[in-house]
Design a protein around this ligand. Structure first.
Ligand code: ASP
Length: 382
């Protein structure tokens, strides 16, 4: 069996890593070094010596007993079907990374969701460019693609970057070549609905160019309701009974962006982050604000320090507000954009948080599939 077929058949994660690479590979060296470190600690403990004190930033909060964590999947507001699918797969024993990607594939394949995959809103030239990242808690490995054109499931390509390469992020033409080499089919991702919304944006953008705005009565009501720059992305995270966490973020990014613009979604630490000993965080909303604060990494670090998911997320959003430049603040000093975080703790506790509410996130657990309200800094009056 070829290496690729062998890896495709193998489970994700530690087992997959054991089957790949030669005996002197860098990965194996790192694994051996970690094992050696653990053996030294065990020997010190057995000899009654105190192991050296850990720096506080690497201390772990109390860990839940293995096998007792409630299985759960959470996502952004647009992911009810994704969390349901991810939960079912995790409950049937599928690795949480494969489960959350399978859930997100449903949304990437849905032409009605104009923020992700097929039918995502295009860049300013009318070309759909997708960003996605995946992260696997047990191995702490990540894969991502950015500004990928023509492939409807960037999350699956990101998983291949994780599994099949020694890299974390592939972009643009290189990411497309990699996807095609791995058998993905190229297609036009611009649906009629997305094309009409983009064209309407172009026609109404300026009175200084040669596009004339269409008469209001002629504007398709389905298009008119998207006037402005719609935002959206899907983030989905899942945890199994052993407390293993993985997550994925996938998006068509900021609508009508400059070609080549990359947002937060495919950047590890911004669009998503997981530390399998602590928890995970992912984001949707204004990517630039997140990139300037690496919110997902920062939130997981606050959880490491003992904060619950909700408090960690709100603390990071307050920091984002403090760092926001004046041109993006309203008269009361509040951001004119939204940023939302979705947090999952090692014990299965979770939260959604948003700068602006009302906002909600999706959950599937043993109680079923539902929306839950996110905690917010400010509420818009409807
Ligand atoms: N975070 C995404 C980006 O900036 C967009 C969004 O979630 O609306 O690319």
């Amino acid at each position: 069996m070829s290496r690729r077929r062998a890896e495709a058949a193998a489970p994700t994660g530690a087992a997959a890593m054991r089957t790949s690479g030669g005996s002197s590979s860098r990965r194996e060296f790192l694994t051996n070094a970690a094992v050696a470190g653990i053996a030294t600690l065990a020997a010190q403990e057995a000899a009654g010596q105190e192991p050296p004190a850990e720096p506080s930033s690497t201390k772990l909060p109390p860990q839940p007993p293995a096998g007792r964590v409630p299985i759960c999947a959470i996502s952004s507001d647009n992911g009810l079907a994704a969390t349901r699918r991810a939960y079912e797969l995790i409950a049937s024993g599928v690795d949480p990374l494969d489960a959350v990607i399978a859930g997100v594939n449903l949304i990437e394949d849905d032409p009605e969701d104009i923020t992700v995959g097929l039918g995502g809103l295009p860049n300013e030239e009318g070309v759909v460019e997708l960003d996605a990242a995946v992260m696997h808690g047990p191995t702490h490995r990540a894969g991502a693609v950015a500004a990928l054109q023509g492939i409807r499931n960037p999350s699956r390509v990101a998983r291949l970057v994780l599994r099949e390469t020694d890299h974390v992020l592939l972009v643009g033409a290189g990411a497309l070549k990699f996807a095609l080499a791995n058998g993905f089919q190229e297609e036009n991702l611009l649906t009629e609905k997305s094309r009409k919304i983009w064209l309407h944006w172009k026609q109404t953008l300026s009175d200084q160019d040669d596009w004339l705005p269409p008469p209001a009565a002629e504007v398709d009501p389905d298009v008119a309701k998207f006037f402005g720059r719609p935002t959206g992305t899907i983030h989905c995270a899942g945890i199994n009974a052993a407390g293993d966490i993985s997550c994925v973020t996938s998006t068509s990014g900021l609508a009508f962006k400059l070609p080549g613009r990359v947002g937060d979604s495919p950047i590890v630490g911004a669009g998503l982050y997981v530390d399998n000993q602590i928890g995970s965080c992912g984001s949707t909303g204004r990517g630039e604000a997140n990139l300037q604060n690496l919110s997902s990494f920062a939130a997981v670090e606050l959880m490491r320090g003992g904060l619950a998911p909700r408090e960690a997320g709100l603390t990071i959003l307050r920091r984002v507000v403090e760092h926001t430049e004046p041109r993006l603040l309203d008269q009361q000093g509040r951001p004119t954009f939204n940023l939302q975080l979705y947090l999952l703790g090692k014990d299965g506790t979770h939260a959604g948080v948003a700068i602006w509410g009302p906002a909600r996130y999706c959950v599937t657990d043993a109680q079923g599939t539902r929306h839950e309200p996110s905690a917010t800094l400010y509420e818009r009056r409807s």
